[in-house]
Design a protein around this ligand. Structure first.
Ligand code: ADP
Ligand code: ASP
Ligand code: MG
Length: 403
């Protein structure tokens, strides 16, 4: 008897028919003698719909109430799935976050799971029942409902797998696994059979939404092997586990992109020690995450231009902070938000020279201008104009032999 956590994403539970299909997958696992905890997302589009609804009330909707609102989507799926199992004569029940409870810490919309009580669930599993629980949410020390960030059902599944000591954590989704790039954008994308936590973490942080990055991070810290697979086909999925077992024959494993960055340039700032610290300290104190930074060489030794990227949602706040910063002097602040970040990721990059040069040459062959660059051991990211995203991904995918 194996304890399994099975997570089903929004598309997998997007209609009553699909929920019944999921119930059949669970029935098969249960009939094979496994103990199943199913973690479910809201039906596809539901969370976005609820966000839209909140905006009709107020652009500045109360944060506590927003979590109450958004967490409701998963409750609907839990009940529909539990009832589908009961209809199939399987002993099953849903438990809401506060009934379990799933305890969280941190601010609304961005809380973290810190503990989950196991007693009720373990008892029900021992009685041969299937437990259905909502992803994406929990309850704070004060008893308030919290949510843990978009795509957070993945993180719930990994936390459940860890706390319940599950032998398996399977992430069921609408594609066959993790691909070399988004298969819905680039049809020649190839499925990856095995990938290391580090590479998956880079890919998901850099935009591959197939796994939420904080879920991968928790899995990596606690060495919880994951499998991403399709709800709709029987094909083998992608195994995510620690690096020792990975083959490095390819320098690049995948290409990711995101369109949520924006670029800010401060023109004509003084070129002297302490200026960068004066620019970035107040940003960091206001929780603004600065990603890439470039400082031009000054021609007159007196002034320079500093360019950096932040999340697009943070643009207005960033400009306001810069403008009210009396410690810096400059000529002008400009920004550009129609930019995208394209990244290549691969553990094999460490041992393959020339990857950087090949990426830059490929983009220049396509007449794509690079606006900013950042690198780490296993990834290389560039900012380009948003309109060139598809062309860039296709080209990189081809030159790094991923097609
Ligand atoms: P779920 O609702 O099951 O959590 P998501 O929509 O969050 O599913 O994630 C699956 C989607 O991620 C796919 O439909 C695909 O378009 C997208 N995606 C982006 N990058 C990749 C990638 N490298 N491999 C697989 N899917 C990817
Ligand atoms: N329903 C939530 C969202 O859309 C959580 C999830 O699906 O993982 O972000
Ligand atoms: Mg998801």
């Amino acid at each position: 008897m194996v304890k399994k956590v099975l997570k089903f994403g929004g598309t997998s539970v997007g209609t009553a028919e699909r929920i019944q299909h999921v119930a059949n997958i669970i029935k098969k696992e249960h009939s094979a003698g496994n103990k199943v905890i199913a973690v479910v997302s809201a039906m596809a589009g539901k969370t976005n719909e609820l966000i839209k609804l909140s905006k009709e009330i107020s652009e500045d909707f109360d944060k506590r109430e927003l979590d109450v609102l958004l967490s409701s989507g998963e409750q609907v799926t839990c009940a529909l799935l539990a009832a589908s199992l009961i209809k199939l004569k399987i002993k099953a029940k849903s438990l809401m976050n506060w009934q379990i409870p799933i305890l969280t810490e941190g601010e609304h919309a961005n809380a973290r799971i810190i503990n989950i009580h196991v007693e009720k669930i373990d008892k029900y599993l021992d009685e041969n029942g299937v437990v259905i629980i909502p992803g994406f949410q929990g309850i704070s020390k004060n008893g308030d409902t919290t949510t843990i960030g978009r795509g957070g059902s993945d993180a719930t599944a990994v936390a459940v797998a860890k706390i319940f000591n599950a032998e398996k954590c399977e992430i069921y989704t609408d594609v066959d696994g993790v691909f070399s790039t988004d298969p819905n954008k680039i049809p020649v994308a190839k499925k990856i059979d095995k990938i290391s936590y580090d590479e998956m973490l880079e890919l998901s942080s850099l935009g591959a939404k197939v796994m939420q990055s904080s879920a991968v991070q928790t899995a990596m810290i606690y060495d919880i092997p994951l499998e991403v697979k399709s709800t709709f086909t029987e094909r083998k999925g992608t195994k995510i586990f620690s690096q020792v077992n990975i083959d490095y024959s390819k320098s690049v494993t995948g290409v990711a992109y995101s369109k949520d960055d924006a670029k800010i340039t401060i023109i004509g700032v003084q070129d002297k020690p302490g200026v960068a610290a004066n620019i970035f300290e107040p940003l960091s104190k206001s929780q603004i995450n600065v990603d890439m930074v470039i400082q031009n060489i000054s021609s007159d030794q007196k002034t320079t231009d500093v360019t950096f990227t932040v999340k697009r949602d943070d643009i207005a706040k960033t400009k306001k902070i810069l403008k009210s910063n009396s410690k810096i002097k400059y000529k002008e602040i400009i920004h550009k938000d129609k930019v995208a970040k394209i990244s290549i990721v691969g553990a094999g990059m460490v041992s393959t020279p020339g990857v950087t040069y090949r990426m830059f040459r490929a983009l220049s062959d396509e007449d794509i201008n690079i606006l900013a660059i950042s690198t780490s051991e296993i990834k290389l990211s560039v900012i380009i104009e948003e309109e060139h995203v598809l062309k860039a991904i296709k080209k990189l995918h081809t030159i790094f032999d991923l097609d």
